[in-house]
Design a binder for this molecule. Structure first.
Ligand code: MRU
Length: 365
């Protein structure tokens, strides 16, 4: 293993125009190795295989893989370029179905293309604008995460109490799952920066172990006081350790506030309700889908059986047993008692749709 591979890094995406690299999350925590993504096909494959994962990160990497391939291409006409962009984005959307972020990027690119066609831009100018739009998505995600951290930490300190908190989180929502800083882990980082973390508990997050491999890696990297627990320990942990709140991320939040997130989220929300501690969801507006009305409409991805049956290629389940491996579940909005933390502020599920629409339309003015 080279020295570069031994160093730790929490940057999931390295990008300069024409060159995109991602930290291969299948190799973490043992090896820190960046791989190059040269085009849309490689972007699709890295997202599908979960070398990069986390809703915001896959949205950004999909867009940047398009920008990176586009950088090397030339088109005779604007129409030719537009149909290439739309076809490639439609393909990227198929890499993983539950997180809405790749679709959100695809919708934005479609709107940009329509505007540029109306403005009668030439193919070269249009190419440059599309590359710049993808680069802006990378920058904006980090900015949004910092705002999520600010709003979420302020809300928690105001509503739970101004003393250091014991936070339970699930899956990985940090720098590795985003363009940087993180969503739910961004809120935890913001609390830590204010000396308001007593302790962080992270779940293993079976079967892919995003908690033990990735969140634990980020918490150790940041030197936070933190402990790993098995998913099945959550209820007892809350009872025994006095957890102040649960905060985690989202792959798709729909209009009524129902939340699709990593499998195990729903049972944590029930545990929080039973123990009367606040349950928060943190996500940027790119993870919110107001086109769907309830969580029942969300397509839940099912992952291959071997991700549950094996650990590092070693079988751990009895031969012959059946398998059900949904990667996500849907938490009903009434269990999201702390609030939904976005870059615009913290909203209750019932006010999410109206408030978000207002914030988004203000941003466009
Ligand atoms: O299957 P994954 O690892 O992509 O699932 C990730 C999650 O469920 C995260 O909680 C969610 O994407 C938010 S990441 C900021």
């Amino acid at each position: 293993m080279s020295n570069a591979e031994k160093q730790t890094s929490v940057d999931s995406i390295l990008y300069t125009r024409g060159k995109l690299q991602i930290l291969d999350q299948l190799l973490l925590p043992e090896m820190t190795k960046y791989i190059e993504i040269k085009d849309v096909n490689e972007g699709w494959s890295a997202i599908n295989k979960m070398q990069i994962r986390g809703a915001p990160a896959i949205g950004v990497v999909a867009s940047l893989s398009l920008a990176t391939e586009l950088h090397q291409k030339n088109f005779q006409t604007p129409d030719e370029l537009v149909s290439w962009v739309l076809e490639r984005m439609n393909y990227l959307v198929t890499a993983r179905p539950t997180a809405v972020n790749i679709s959100d990027s695809a919708i934005k690119f479609k709107q940009f293309c329509t505007t540029y066609l109306d403005q009668k831009l030439g193919a070269e100018d249009m190419k440059l604008r599309i590359i710049e739009a993808a680069e802006e998505m990378l920058r904006k995600d980090v900015e949004d995460n910092k705002s999520i951290g600010r709003h979420g930490s302020a809300h928690m300190l105001q509503n739970i109490g101004d003393k250091p908190l014991r936070i339970l989180t699930h899956c990985n929502t940090g720098s590795l799952a985003t363009a940087g800083y993180g969503t739910a882990l961004g809120v935890i980082r913001a609390l830590f920066e204010q000396n308001k973390i007593d302790h962080v508990y992270c779940t293993e997050t079976r079967p892919y172990n995003q908690g033990s491999r990735l969140t634990a890696y980020e918490l150790v990297h940041d030197k936070m006081p933190a402990t790993l627990v098995c998913d099945s320990m959550a209820a007892f942990l809350i009872k025994k350790k006095g957890v102040s709140a649960i905060i985690l991320g989202a792959d798709r939040i729909v209009a009524n506030g129902d939340v699709a997130n990593k499998i195990g989220t729903y049972q944590l929300a029930i545990c929080a309700k039973y123990h009367e501690i606040p349950f928060y969801v943190a996500a940027p507006s790119t993870s919110i889908d107001l086109n769907l009305q309830t969580g029942d409409e969300i397509k839940i991805e099912e992952r291959p059986h071997n991700e549950m049956f094996t650990v590092k290629g070693q079988r751990i389940a009895a031969e012959g047993i059946g398998c059900w491996n949904p990667a996500f579940d849907v938490t009903p909005h009434e269990l999201v008692t702390g609030g939904i933390v976005t870059e615009f502020g913290v909203f209750s599920p019932s006010e999410l749709k109206d408030k978000l629409q207002k914030c988004l339309s203000k941003g466009k003015q």
